[in-house]
Ligand binder design. Structure first.
Ligand SMILES: Cc1cc2nc3c(=O)[nH]c(=O)nc-3n(C[C@H](O)[C@H](O)[C@H](O)COP(=O)(O)OP(=O)(O)OC[C@H]3O[C@@H](n4cnc5c(N)ncnc54)[C@H](O)[C@@H]3O)c2cc1C
Length: 600
């Protein structure tokens, strides 16, 4: 059985050389993220991930969370204790503001740490992830009283949080939310309705659970403009912060799922006994607007789930490939004893694909995280807005493409194991099952792609898209000017890819207005195309840095030359797909729509 080891050398490389951790540490309030502190945080997180979370992953899968008849939910053995340790060590508040008891570290550093949690135990980390979303909502628009009453305990992890958007008729389309919130005349509301699929909607980790709930007030306008956001605690909280009566919210059932068995996915009934007491967050009818602001972070985190599981699936596949002996490897000494399967060229192809895609997605995500920090903290307003535009553009790529690619990687992980990949005991199958949800929750890939072609590409006439493409070109040119043959090869593929990407932008921008059905029919290929090229862009940057260090005789030569060769593999093996995707974008929209619904 393979054990998870955080890829610390790779993480440090991306953090420092590509995402600019040193620059982020100069931003106001981030002085504590200096390189030695960052290294210590990463080392400690790596130990916690390997020693505490990773061993529980398979237990969580086998045992699952269990709902008892009284509506309570019991977590699998070891999970509650791991959660206690997680909070006691301060991991829950790593990036949260210091005024609420957090450590105030940058999103960039938090992203590397978060990747480790996802790799080691995705189901476990969903509780902190959802709590983070709820904290974000209250911190962003909550009243001073709400902040005072809830944030410190939530940042400490003493109370957990949830996000209650989905109802049976309101999934991708939140305009269809029906849960009612009736004002009581004393500033509180009573909520009535049912929410489904609520992650960690009930569990035994914490003494209280703070539900963030979307609902409609009685006179609210129809559609998205009539949705408000409420805090609904499982136990009411006195003005002095003490827990009071049980609120009228109950876990009616939890779902039986394909994966993430240790994450309880609850159906929550509000108001069966007179109404659940709720407190408005921000202003009435602006709930969805608040959700969209927060969604950037939540979607980004789900993208990181894709990166985390990909890394874990890769590590497991490598361990198996070095151990399993089967057949004679073509081209090697036929008289030598049978080698492990890692010597088969096709196994190399699969491992290189897993490795290159994971490194590409990680680099794209960390660079985006650094831009998030700059968008919030850079003292220069024009730099803040430039970084925010980049973040807004990249979020659907990180969410949509990291999770879609992770499906392929987890599948390749099973394939490397042969028949044993299909058998649960190797663990490869669990990654394949667990990762399946990541393209669905926090908005399906289609929902990301709709946002990407509309708000992110067409709305500004493709301006941000073309500005990013110009940055990619600069990297291609720098690679082309290099004497090294590998770097030249990367340059050629990257330059071709950026040309294809521009052609796709040139098609999407007008088509979004003139032929919206065709544009939407190719929105996912368009998103994937961007993800592929963005990965090549960042790996190309990494190859340049690695070549520079190699030429100067600095650093670990084996690690650095592997960076160059992994980037070259990505460029030669994966970037050629860009041309096909660009052709699909410009040509497949109409054909996708020619059959009538009854012809299916
Ligand atoms: C394990 C799990 C955990 C979850 N956790 C939470 C949680 O904590 N809180 C919460 O509120 N929700 C949660 N969800 C709900 C999740 O966010 C929704 O399932 C998701 O948003 C999709 O909604 P849906 O299931 O209703 O699918 P639908 O919206 O019915 O979508 C079905 C299909 O139609 C497509 N589709 C729908 N609309 C469009 C469109 N406009 N354009 C193109 N294609 C479209 C979708 O892409 C999809 O392929 C969770 C779900 C699961 C399974």
């Amino acid at each position: 059985m393979s054990q998870y080891h955080a890829p610390l050398a790779e993480m440090r490389f991306v953090l420092t050389e590509l995402a600019g951790l040193a620059q982020v540490a100069t931003l106001p309030g981030f002085e504590d993220a200096a390189p030695d502190t960052a290294a210590a945080v990463l080392d400690e997180a790596a130990k916690f991930a390997s020693n505490v979370l990773d061993p529980l992953n398979v237990i969580g899968d086998r045992e699952g969370a269990r709902r008892l008849d009284d509506g309570s939910v019991v977590m699998p053995p070891g999970f509650k204790d791991a959660y206690r340790q997680f909070c006691e060590n301060g991991w829950n508040g790593l990036t949260k503001p210091t005024e609420h008891g957090g450590q105030g570290l940058p999103q960039l550093l938090g992203t590397a740490v978060e990747e480790m949690w996802h790799s080691a135990n995705l189901a476990f980390n969903l509780c902190p992830l959802l709590t983070q979303g709820a904290i974000e909502a209250i911190a962003l628009v909550g009243s001073p009283e709400l902040k005072e009453r809830y944030l410190e305990k939530m940042v400490a992890g003493t109370w957990a949080g949830t996000m209650n958007l989905t109802e049976s008729q309101a999934g991708s389309d939140l305009a269809a939310v029906r849960t009612r919130a009736v004002p009581q005349g004393d500033g509180t509301y009573r909520l009535f309705g049912q929410k489904i699929f609520i992650t960690y909607g009930e569990h035994d980790y914490t003494e209280n659970i703070i539900h963030l709930v979307l609902a409609r007030t009685p006179d609210a306008p129809a559609g998205v403009k009539g949705i408000s956001l409420f805090v609904v605690p499982k136990f009411l909280v006195d003005s002095d912060g003490k827990l009071g009566a049980r609120n009228d919210v109950r876990c009616v059932s939890i779902e039986h799922k394909l994966g993430i068995h240790a994450s309880p996915t609850a159906v929550l009934a509000y108001g069966d006994h007179g109404g659940a007491v709720g407190y408005l967050v921000g202003e009435e009818n602006r709930g969805l607007e608040y959700m969209f602001i927060m969604m950037n972070l939540a979607r980004f985190s789900v993208g990181m789930e894709g990166v985390g599981i990909s890394e874990r699936a890769y590590q497991r596949a490598v361990a198996y490939a070095k151990d399993r002996v089967q057949g004679r490897a073509v081209g090697l000494d036929p008289k030598a004893s049978a080698p492990p399967i890692i010597e088969h060229p096709d196994i190399r192809r699969m491992l290189m694909t897993m490795r290159a895609q994971t490194e590409a997605m990680r680099a794209v995500a960390y660079v985006t995280a650094a831009a998030m920090d700059n968008a919030r903290r850079n003292p220069d307003p024009s730099a803040r807005s430039r970084h925010q535009a980049f973040v807004d553009f990249m979020i659907p790529i990180v969410k949509g493409c990291s999770t879609e690619t992770a499906q392929e990687i987890a599948s390749l992980g099973v394939q490397v194991h042969g028949g044993m990949g299909f058998i649960e005991e190797t663990g490869a199958a669990q990654h394949y099952r667990d990762v399946r949800i990541t393209t669905i929750y926090e908005g399906t890939t289609a929902i990301q792609a709709n946002d990407f072609i509309g708000r992110k590409t067409a709305r500004d006439g493709g301006a941000v898209a073309r500005a990013i493409a110009a940055e990619m070109d600069k990297v291609a040119q720098e690679l082309a000017g290099h004497g090294d043959a590998s770097l030249k090869a990367i340059a050629a593929r990257l330059a071709e890819s950026v040309t294809a990407l521009r052609a796709a932008v040139d098609w999407i921008v007008p088509a979004y207005g003139t032929n919206p059905r065709a544009a939407h029919a190719v929105s996912v290929p368009y998103l994937k195309l961007w993800g592929l090229v963005a990965g090549g862009w960042q790996l190309g940057r990494g190859a340049l840095v690695a070549a520079r260090h190699l030429a100067a005789g600095e650093g670990d030569a084996r690690f650095l030359s592997a960076k160059v060769q992994t980037a070259r593999y990505y460029a030669e093996a994966l970037l050629p797909q860009v041309r096909g995707l660009a052709q699909a974008v410009t040509g497949a929209g109409e054909p996708a729509l020619t059959l009538a619904a009854e012809q299916f």
